[in-house]
Design a binder for this molecule. Structure first.
Ligand code: IVH
Length: 730
């Protein structure tokens, strides 16, 4: 296609004149053809850019598209006056700036109020209803993109200006950088009347929108993001160049748009998503607005959803809490918008944020907390694993109280000490992990973590094999003995924690979550969710079962301790002795009181009980004289475990039904709903159909309904069918 001009230099003037005349008409003819071709090429390239960068579809190969671009570039080099600002070749280029020009926003760029819980959302809705009692509860939910807000201005369809948010009133002109972003059209698409009609605009409104787009100015606002992959690639490049890594994609976007050389920006991948359209366009709803942005050729989120009522909003948000890792870019919440825009002016703005939309944030995945202590768990192979006991903290939507430190190498790498403030991370279903220590927050009181000299379980010697990181207990049966005692504690004749069998105990031990019986009562939901095959439901049920087991009848408690030679019968006799000796009449007695009482008993006192011989008495007294055992009892007491001296046969199996409010949800397998209701009523309990703060128990069958969420929200005790039957005494 290229035409060489150098041949003209060696010819005579007259020939030049003739040639020029010919050339002029030929040139004009060629230029006319070129102009047509340029227009066609621009349209074609732009169409494929739109399909690829806005619609995420690809019809022709990258190589074919490159070839079209090269042809266009060739023609534009020949006829530079045919270059228009909206030509695809104009995305890269432009001179580097020495600084950005300040530009005033046409309307202030606002920020959003945050909500962190369902309660916050209900409060928000209540405020809206107060101000606009007839407000339809129709919300448009969008993902909250974690990037940088920018405003784009188009004049007569053409890209004119891109401005950063700045302080909300004045931003910076970053047009030359934004022009390199392929998903930002350099010319807006002109929607067809019938397309506008299908969005609900009438003929007049459709005409006026088309007229404004063609002849006037439109402002589009949205978010500029860097997809995860592009962020990773960029950091790799930074690393190779010896530059410090960028902290997250949002920082990467901010750093990129502030580059003075647009060529650098063109080299990085940014995407723009629109969610706001200014101007007098006669829009009725946010949904319609997003539809119009789409018709204008702006990339919009396909995940957006119309929701009727907060329940649907909660479902949308919960879905994305669990699935956000499937998106190619970062999100940190859901923006819930009143769909009908006519209410926006009624609801107004408070300070710098509108009332008519709110950011319902996702749970933070990184938080700070303190290391209270470190406990050493003994694994099946005898390896000692350090676990950080943390100040319980909410992370990734659940409470976490411990995190494995794996081994001494990890302790050294983190340079972690007891008392340190640390950054804890839990993303998705990933195991909670300490990522770093904030050593600037040290007070000097922090303690170095020391490997125990003897096994914390069996007191045997601890050793480290040459060339190994791990420390081990030298006793071969330490783990097995410990596991047996834990399984014994939770067993049916023991404290009977429903759902806790040998397998789960082993799983908990392997994960370093449970090492001593008091550890069961320290478990938090987040600790359990990190285990394999532990769903939210399974975790909730287990925690509830543990909670329910915190009141233990005296005889079961004594038996569950697993003292050698103390079986169920002996435990019963001992419990009876306590009740008589202390003339107990109250409902509850603390473990510490019992501990005091038992520690004072001599073997002779015990042998005075019929059926108790010297071996049993000796074993019992020696157990209560060991410091380690007394400490466990103290821990149980601290964790809220109490004893119930009522040992009359039968009653200890049943909870009180009398006066209690029950709600049933889902289907029960062993009995019909009618049966269940009758049984509750017979025992003096009440059954209602809705969960409220007066509900004592929610009985959870399979496939529960929304009552389950409500009960969780209100902190109602949730029990499964097995626990329910136990309470009923069946
Ligand atoms: S509407 C009143 N919708 O969140 C401001 N904002 O914290 C209008 N953001 O500055 C915002 N995704 O940059 C809206 N779908 C979305 C959003 C979104 C991300 C950002 C936006 C805003 C910030 C407010």
């Amino acid at each position: 296609m290229s035409v060489g001009r150098s041949g003209l230099l060696s010819v005579t003037p007259s020939i030049i004149l003739i040639f020029k005349l010919n050339m002029n008409s030929e040139f004009r003819h060629k230029k006319k053809q070129a102009k047509k071709r340029i227009e066609k090429l621009k349209e074609e390239i732009n169409h494929h850019r739109y399909l690829y960068h806005v619609k995420d579809t690809q019809v022709i190969s990258d190589a074919a598209l490159d070839s079209l671009k090269q042809e266009l570039e060739g023609l534009e080099t020949l006829y530079p006056d045919l270059i228009t600002p909206d030509s695809p070749t104009q995305r890269v280029g432009g001179e580097a700036l020495d600084k950005f020009r300040k530009v005033e926003h046409s309307e202030n760029m606002l920020s959003l109020f945050d909500a962190f819980s369902r309660e916050d959302m209900r409060d928000w809705e209540a405020r809206l209803k107060k101000l606009a009692p007839d407000l339809p509860l129709h919300y448009f939910c969008e993902l909250k993109l974690d990037g940088l807000a920018i405003a784009l201005r188009y004049q007569k369809q053409r890209f004119a200006l891109a401005i950063t948010r700045g302080d909300g009133r004045v931003g910076e002109d970053i047009s030359s950088n934004i022009k390199t972003v392929e998903s930002v059209p350099l010319r807006l698409r002109l929607p067809e009347t019938k397309e506008l009609r299908s969005l609900g605009f009438d003929r007049t409104a459709a005409g006026s929108i088309r007229k404004i787009a063609l002849e006037d100015e439109l402002e589009i606002r949205g978010e500029l993001v860097m997809p995860y992959q592009a962020f990773k690639d960029l950091n790799k490049k930074f690393e190779q160049a010896g530059k410090p890594r960028l902290a997250n994609p949002r920082n990467a976007v901010a750093g990129t748009v502030r580059q003075l050389d647009p060529k650098i920006v063109a080299d990085r991948t940014l995407e723009f998503y629109g969610f706001e359209l200014l101007g007098n366009l006669g829009l009725v709803s946010q949904e319609q607005k997003v539809g119009l942005l789409d018709l204008l050729g702006i990339k919009v989120l396909g995940e957006n959803k119309s929701c009727f009522g907060l329940e649907e909003v909660f479902q949308f948000r919960d879905y994305w809490v669990n699935n956000k890792h499937k998106l190619s870019f970062g999100t940190d919440g859901v923006v819930v918008k009143v769909d009908r825009v006519k209410y926006w002016s009624v609801l107004g703005v408070v300070g710098k944020a509108p009332r008519y939309m709110i950011a319902y944030k996702f749970p933070a995945e990184q938080v700070t907390t303190k290391v209270k202590n470190v406990s050493w768990q003994v694994g099946r192979t005898g390896v000692l694993t350090p676990t950080a006991l943390l100040e319980p903290v909410q992370v990734g939507g659940v409470t976490v109280s411990r995190a494995s430190l794996h081994n001494q190498d990890e302790i050294d790498r983190l340079q972690i000490k007891i008392g340190d403030t640390v950054i804890l991370e839990r993303a998705g279903d990933v195991i909670p992990k300490i990522v770093s220590v904030l050593d600037n927050l040290r007070t000097g009181q922090e303690k170095t973590i020391k490997v125990p000299q003897t096994c914390p379980r069996c007191d045997s010697r601890v050793f480290r094999k040459k060339g190994e990181v791990a420390y081990r207990c030298s006793s071969s049966d330490c783990y097995a003995v410990n596991k047996e005692s834990l399984v014994h504690w939770v067993s049916k004749p023991g404290v009977d924690i429903v759902g806790l069998g040998e397998k789960v105990v082993e799983q908990l031990m392997r994960a370093g979550l449970v090492n001593s019986i008091s550890d069961f009562y320290r478990l938090k939901k987040g600790d359990l969710l990190s285990l394999e095959r532990f769903s939210h439901k399974a975790a909730t049920n287990l925690l509830q079962a543990i909670e329910n087991s915190k009141v233990i009848t005296l005889s079961r408690f004594i038996y569950a301790l697993g003292i050698p030679y103390i079986g169920q019968e002996t435990s019963f006799l001992l419990a009876k002795k306590v009740v008589t000796d202390l003339s107990l009449s109250q409902d509850r007695i603390s473990i510490l009181e019992i501990r005091k009482y038992f520690s004072r008993l001599s073997p002779a006192d015990l042998e005075a009980i019929p059926d108790i011989g010297p071996v049993v008495a000796g074993s019992f007294c020696s157990w209560f004289s060991e410091e380690k055992n007394l400490l466990v009892l103290e821990e149980l007491d601290k964790l809220g475990v109490v004893l119930s001296p009522d040992i009359k046969a039968g009653r200890d199996e049943k909870g009180d039904v009398e006066g209690k409010n029950f709600v049933l949800t889902g289907s029960l397998s062993g009995l019909t709903r009618e049966d269940a209701k009758n049984k509750i009523k017979k025992l003096g309990g009440k059954v209602s159909s809705t969960v409220s703060k007066n509900t004592d128990y929610l009985v959870l069958g399979t496939d529960p309904g929304s009552k389950y969420d409500k009960a969780k929200d209100l902190g109602v005790v949730i029990i499964d069918e097995e626990q329910f039957k136990k309470i009923l005494g069946i």
